[in-house]
Design a binder for this molecule. Structure first.
Ligand code: KG4
Ligand code: ZN
Length: 344
């Protein structure tokens, strides 16, 4: 059995977990910085990095204590090495390097996106490669064919905003608070999804890419018109996102007939309407639908620990001079999406 200490610090969650190759999460300790960033309506990188410094070591100690193991018992330490806010990534990675050096344990530098991509395999032992992954988070919106550890084919990305970013910006426009996704989902629950006519950017286009900037602008205009209830705008926005995600995922499924399952991961996968629509699509296409439990969808250290298990068992460890990377595509060979801005 392999035992891995996983560390996550790439955005506004600091977390440490102990994960085994038998899929047991022996401990998971997480501190969220929501309260720190709420007054600003978004994550402030410098504040995030400082908060990671303050809580990471106590979280690691607490996780080890809860699991009843010591650092000498772990086979490797896996830390997010990117992509993400560089200050935060460095806090987690440098801490991992120091611990690895101190106890003579191998380091596994994990791509945060690979953490999300492999997390469904921690939750479901029967999920086999290849599968189609819809990765929807605050910073990313991608469709990937996951063929194995470190083997990803990016079929689509966003040409502007990520889906979670669209939720967060919509929440800000509508005054619903931070973080935006859960707030918009709650408001949408009380609204009419057909009340406000909103666009479905790129729906029907040939390549399965995404775009959400136009939708966000339309939300802003609808709000400024002062004709619609906030809950109706929220519900109509969420319906438009669901429509776009489903249409684009259909297009990607058309291009990946070898996949055994449709899998969703990333923070936006916590959204119940999105999960339900994807599940219905998978059923209609005759493929399995797999979604990790909600706590594994948002940022956490168990998914980093699990990616660490898969990489370690594949013989993939890293030297202690491995760099922290603010950008780190899972599929470096993917072509840039036509019309994409700098973020893609
Ligand atoms: O994966 P994640 O925790 O962090 C990133 O790596 O980005 O995703 C966070 C994103 C945020 O944009 C948040 O608003 C969104 O996931 N999110 C949701 C929901 N819960 C979180 N979006 C829609 N509905 C939700 N229930
Ligand atoms: Zn994430």
């Amino acid at each position: 059995m392999t035992l891995i200490l996983g560390i996550e610090s790439s955005c506004d969650e600091t977390a440490a977990a102990l994960v085994t190759s038998t899929r047991d999460v022996l401990a998971h300790k997480l501190a969220t910085q929501e309260v720190t960033h709420r007054p600003y309506g978004g994550v402030v990188p410098e504040l995030a990095a400082r908060a990671h410094v303050e809580v990471l070591v106590p979280l690691i100690e607490a996780a080890l204590a809860e699991a009843g193991v010591s650092l000498n018992d772990v086979d490797a330490i896996a830390a997010t090495a990117g992509p993400g806010l560089i200050g935060g990534v460095m806090v987690g990675l440098v801490t991992a390097k120091a611990l690895c050096h101190a106890v003579g344990t191998p380091l596994v530098a994990v791509n945060h996106l690979e953490g999300h991509a492999l997390s469904p395999r921690l939750a479901d032992a029967t999920l086999e490669y290849p599968y189609l992954l819809l990765l929807v988070s605050g910073g990313h919106c991608q469709l990937l064919r996951v063929m194995g550890v470190g083997r990803y084919q990016r079929l689509a990305t966003t040409i502007d905003d990520a889906a979670g970013e669209a939720f967060d910006k919509t929440a800000k426009i509508l005054g619903l608070g931070f973080p935006g996704g859960p707030a918009v989902e709650r408001a949408a629950h009380a609204g009419n999804p057909k009340a406000v006519p909103l666009p479905r950017p790129l729906k029907g286009s040939d390549e399965p890419h995404f775009s959400f900037a136009g939708l966000k602008s339309a939300v802003l205009r609808a709000h400024q018109e002062q004709r619609y209830a906030v809950v109706d705008i929220a519900a109509s926005f969420q319906a438009a996102v669901v429509d776009c995600l489903i249409d684009r995922t259909k297009r990607a499924l058309d291009r990946s007939d070898d996949v055994t399952a449709l899998v969703v991961a990333g923070g936006v996968a916590a959204n119940k309407s999105i999960r339900a629509a994807l599940e219905a699509l998978a059923m209609a296409r005759g493929v399995r639908f797999v979604a990790p439990p909600l706590w594994l969808c948002t940022d956490n250290a168990a998914m980093i620990g699990w990616a660490g298990v898969e990489r370690f068992e594949a013989g993939l460890t890293d030297a202690l001079d491995v760099p922290a990377r603010p950008r780190w595509p899972l599929d470096p060979d993917a072509e840039k999406a036509r019309g994409a801005g700098v973020k893609a």
